[in-house]
Design a protein around this ligand. Structure first.
Ligand SMILES: [Zn+2]
Length: 353
């Protein structure tokens, strides 16, 4: 069986969902066909959680206590939120085209008007732990903020355990640079090996000042280098945010709070450059709303949730700019994701050259 249009990039937008769900991607598990007809490539399979795992916490913006249960998801189903406080359970796929608000956090919504906000830190943890499919049951309109970072979600995922699925993983390969340039703010996605991110921020206060970072997600370094970086805010902005109905649950327990040249949190920062690391964490989460891992390089300058979503919209509006691709050993080496991937058994893949 030689699949058509699979394997290497053949133009953006092809709908391969059904093939992926069925586990067909030109993968022939345990094939005994002559080696000459096949490239021995290590295909990466989709992953989900081994079992359900639950947490409860305060929501940063609405201030409510919210419980959330992460559950295993079917292959090919992606990350899906389910509002269990709404009769019948309202389903909201965590995808870029469902983003309805980007003020201070990223909110996804469905056609019934059901929304879930502040999804970005959880999405970053799912991306960083290479979880492709999960159902997120949630009892309210916002993901709990926990300690303001992605570390509690990583711990939660590790507690649940991670399991491989039959279907191969597809990635989104960036083929052409897309740019959102708003003068002061800028974001781009460009072709590259693996998934890497660069970021620059500059704030007119001594505690943050100018910070830059460049990091590739490789060998599970998300957990150590990015996940613990907390969200941050400025004391003088808190009043304004609260008047707008935001940051109702915000405290020194779930955000780094800056006042002038001082960090108010006891214990100080987790990283000297925690602020820019958190901006990268946000970008990892917001970019995972692409619906699959991106292979390419992101660069952000003073960018945030709104621009990152505009960037994804620009990427998917240009069929030349991206394509689906199989995640094979080449992608993994470069791709960076989780060390767990390296344990995948090698399987034969039909040559597609
Ligand atoms: Zn954030």
């Amino acid at each position: 069986m030689r699949p058509r249009g699979l394997g290497r990039c053949r133009g953006g937008g092809s709908n391969l969902t059904k093939e992926f769900k069925r586990g067909k991607m030109g993968v022939s598990r345990g094939s005994r066909r002559p080696a000459a007809k096949f490239n021995r490539k290590k295909i990466i399979r989709q992953k989900t959680l081994k079992g359900p795992v639950e947490c409860t916490g305060i929501a940063l913006h609405c201030g409510d206590m919210v419980s959330m249960t992460l559950r295993p998801g079917e292959a090919g189903s992606g990350i899906v939120f389910r509002r269990t406080d709404i009769a019948g359970g309202s389903v909201i796929p965590a995808t870029w085209d469902r983003v309805v608000d980007t003020r201070m956090s990223t909110t996804v919504g469905n056609e019934d008007g059901a929304t879930v906000s502040t999804v970005e830190h959880l999405m970053a943890a799912l991306r960083g732990c290479a979880i492709d499919n999960a159902v997120i049951d949630i009892t309210g309109p916002e993901v709990p903020i926990m300690d303001g970072s992605a570390a509690p979600f990583v711990a939660l995922i590790e507690r649940a355990g991670i399991v491989g699925q039959a279907a191969p993983l597809r990635v989104i390969r960036v083929r052409k640079a897309v740019v959102i340039d708003e003068g002061k703010r800028f974001a781009s996605l460009s072709p590259g090996t693996g998934f890497s991110l660069g970021f620059e921020i500059e704030f007119n206060c001594a505690a943050v000042s100018r910070q830059t970072i460049s990091i590739g997600l490789i060998n599970g370094n998300f957990k150590k280098e990015l996940a613990p970086a907390r969200t941050f805010g400025f004391l003088h902005e808190l009043e304004r945010l609260r008047a707008e109905g935001l940051a109702q649950g915000g405290s020194l327990d779930n955000a780094v709070v800056v006042s002038g040249d001082k960090v108010l949190n006891e214990g100080g920062l987790r990283f000297e450059d925690e602020f820019v690391r958190h901006k990268v964490l946000d970008a990892v989460g917001d970019l995972y709303l692409a619906g699959a891992p991106i292979i390419g390089r992101f660069h952000g300058v003073r960018s945030g949730h709104a621009i990152t979503n505009r960037l994804l919209r620009a990427l998917f509006a240009d069929a030349e700019a991206w394509c689906y691709d199989v995640a094979d050993a080449d992608a993994v080496d470069a791709q960076s994701v989780d060390g767990a991937w390296a344990d995948e058994p090698a399987v034969a893949v039909a040559a597609t050259a």
